[in-house]
Write a protein that binds this ligand. Structure first.
Ligand code: AMP
Length: 271
């Protein structure tokens, strides 16, 4: 992959890159569409990265659908799917990690220790392998986007980071590879998560600026669906992920994680 990438760069091609863990859906495909606007050689990586999963998380059962993923990428116009074998990225004596120390605090950083260290490390490795001019990430993982932007800026990585909007089902549920874990009865309850985010947004749109009161509006709405067990709801600066007590419209991220049955769902909205 790296040899191909360096050859393409030498020929003046522009590489646009979409890193994924596979089980691809329309959310991922929207990133491929954005990549087509940002480059003329589109690479999608499919790699379920072991270092970003905690010991009790779903690494072993994470859906792996490489043939279908490759077909989707081909149909959508990607030029290359880079899918290293599970033991192909980390040598047995691998010992170098990248750790971002500001944006990765709070939110998922508090609930998934070591997660962002795994993400930044694998993304840096993938950038070195794929040599992209631009890399496309989804706003669905808003904290991840902030962490990657900070890593790229801190380490002077020559990659343009592009963030594409969240793609949702018609009922509002954000598309996610993990949605396929949800049995039908729980799937029917999942849209209440986005509804609660919209309740927070409605409060801000009607003039509320006190973060505690916006949080109450969110919690009142979420409480209508007790199957959604709240892990966190935060109101933070959208770039730094620092908690805010006063809402700054346009710059405030409302981010949430819940458990629904055995499945952890995240979502967010900019207020
Ligand atoms: P994943 O395969 O879950 O690691 O996701 C790979 C990339 O796709 C990440 O940049 C995600 O933010 C992005 N992504 C996942 N779901 C969505 C969605 N519903 N809308 C937009 N981007 C998404």
């Amino acid at each position: 992959m790296q040899r191909l990438a360096l050859k393409l760069r030498g020929e003046g091609r522009r590489i646009a890159f979409v890193p994924t863990m596979g089980a691809l859906h329309e959310g991922h495909m929207s990133l491929v569409d954005e990549a087509k606007r940002r480059g003329d050689f589109i690479v999608v990586s499919v790699f379920v990265n072991p270092t970003q999963f905690g010991p009790t998380e779903d690494f072993a059962k994470y859906p792996r659908t490489l043939d279908a993923d490759a077909a989707l990428c081909r149909e959508r116009g990607a030029h290359c799917v880079f899918a290293p074998p599970s033991d192909g990225m980390y040598a047995a004596d691998f010992s170098t990690f990248i750790e971002e120390g500001l944006c990765s605090k709070g939110l998922c950083g508090d609930h998934r220790p070591g997660h962002f260290r795994g993400v930044t490390t694998v993304v840096a490795m993938l950038f070195n392998i794929v040599q992209p001019h631009a890399a496309i990430f989804g706003a669905k993982d808003a904290q991840q986007c902030a962490v990657i932007r900070k890593m790229v800026s801190d380490l002077f990585m020559p990659v343009d980071i592009v963030v594409a909007p969240i793609v949702r089902e018609k009922d509002g549920l954000a598309l996610s590879s993990r949605n396929r874990y949800l049995p039908a009865d729980l799937r029917a309850k999942a849209p209440s998560l986005y509804k609660a985010l919209l309740a927070a947004k409605a409060a801000v749109d009607s003039g509320e600026r006190d973060a505690a009161l916006v949080k109450s509006a969110f919690e009142r709405s979420l409480a209508q669906e007790p199957a959604l067990r709240l892990q966190y709801f935060t109101l933070t600066d959208a770039r730094t992920m620092e908690p805010l007590s006063k809402i700054r419209p346009g710059e405030t991220l409302a981010a949430v994680a819940v458990n629904l049955g055995e499945t952890r769902l995240i979502d967010n909205i900019t207020l």
